[in-house]
Write a protein that binds this ligand. Structure first.
Ligand code: GLY
Length: 336
């Protein structure tokens, strides 16, 4: 059975990030004996690499990533190529082309990527570029920086040969105009977004990840979510595993969720247990005052290719390509 105190204690032994949790453990009566292993597993999880996993139903994207891996690509090339499928899809209204705009009608993009060496690149508040993930990759590979934002990110992209293009499709423009007519309240719409986060392990056993989004629909202009924040929307540690997030980015940022998941795995947690703990932190600490709980979901893989997935509310699904099977699965969730 899952025991929270033991969970935190064991995590502390291996995780520098959990000093607050450790304090809680030390001040409580800890049961005697060995902590129980943190190995509650996802019933669909099996070990095995190569593997590609992505938030939400995105089989064409995971298929593209696995194609790259099969043709001897690095995991970082696979995840970049995989999420580009979704960035270019006009029917996906939360990522790239076709993304729903902010409340001034402008589509803004956030993306980040991490490779097996721990290198990272990110762009925030980027406009008019079809593939923000590829700009993030160039930030990682060709600059001394990790993150470029707004006009600077756009200037960098153009200097690398990216062309500006209008990302607001007729469908997203019509949805925005309807929202303008129906919703004049100043609150950020919490229901209208998700993200593609993708993790992969290649034939060499190396792990990489990518995360890309147009962010919360009808957000305040200037808002940046979790997706381009290394450690929030995505984190990769080639010694341990990787995690990525989807859903209301403000909650993921407040918990540095993907870093937390990886650090919990470093401490011995299974990917499933780690995802569950990250969701519970949000559930216990950050839902006060919300009229209805928003969605947040995590997926994770460890070095063996085992995976986990967990969300706050019902409805989160994810795609995994492992062996010969490329399939969409339902995630377990916290708030029943
Ligand atoms: N998770 C995407 C966002 O909140 O922008």
């Amino acid at each position: 059975m899952f025991k929270r105190r033991n969970f935190l204690k064991k995590s502390f032994l291996g995780a520098i990030a959990l000093s607050t949790a450790a304090t809680a453990c030390q001040s409580e009566d800890t049961p005697s004996g060995e902590p129980e292993p943190l190995n509650n597993s996802n019933p669909n999880s099996i070990a095995g690499t190569p593997v590609v996993i992505a938030t939400w139903p995105h089989e064409p994207a995971t298929a593209e990533a696995m194609r790259v891996i099969t043709e001897s690509g690095r995991a970082v090339e696979a995840v970049e190529s995989g999420v580009k499928v979704v960035e270019a899809d006009p029917d996906d209204t939360s990522v790239g082309y076709g993304g729903l705009p902010d409340r001034s009608g402008v589509v803004t993009l956030d993306a980040c990527i991490m490779d097996e060496t721990g290198n990272a690149g990110s762009v925030t508040y980027l406009q008019n570029i079809l593939h923000p993930i590829s700009v993030a990759r160039l930030v990682m590979d060709e600059t001394p920086h990790v993150m470029l934002s707004g006009a600077g990110a756009l200037a960098f992209a153009k200097s690398k040969g990216f062309e500006e293009t209008n990302l607001l499709t007729e469908g997203s423009k019509a949805a925005y105009e309807k929202w303008l007519a129906d919703h004049q309240d100043p609150a950020v719409d919490e229901d209208q977004h998700d993200t593609i986060g993708m993790l992969a392990i290649d034939r060499q056993g190396n792990i990489s990840g990518a995360c890309t989004t147009s962010g919360a629909a009808y957000k305040l202009p200037g808002r940046v979510g979790d997706s381009p924040i290394i450690g929030a929307g995505l984190f990769v540690d080639n010694e341990v595993g990787a995690a990525t997030a989807t859903g209301l980015g403000e909650l993921v940022m407040k918990t540095l969720g993907s870093f937390l998941v990886v650090e919990l795995m470093r401490g011995g947690a299974s990917p499933q247990a780690a995802c569950e703990e990250a969701v519970r932190r949000i559930s216990e600490k950050h839902l006060a005052g919300m009229s209805s709980p928003p969605q947040v979901g995590f997926i994770a893989i460890n070095k063996k290719g085992e995976h986990g997935a967990y969300s706050l509310t019902k409805g989160f699904r994810y795609t995994i390509y492992q062996g010969d099977a490329n399939k969409v699965l339902d995630s377990e969730f916290e708030l029943k």
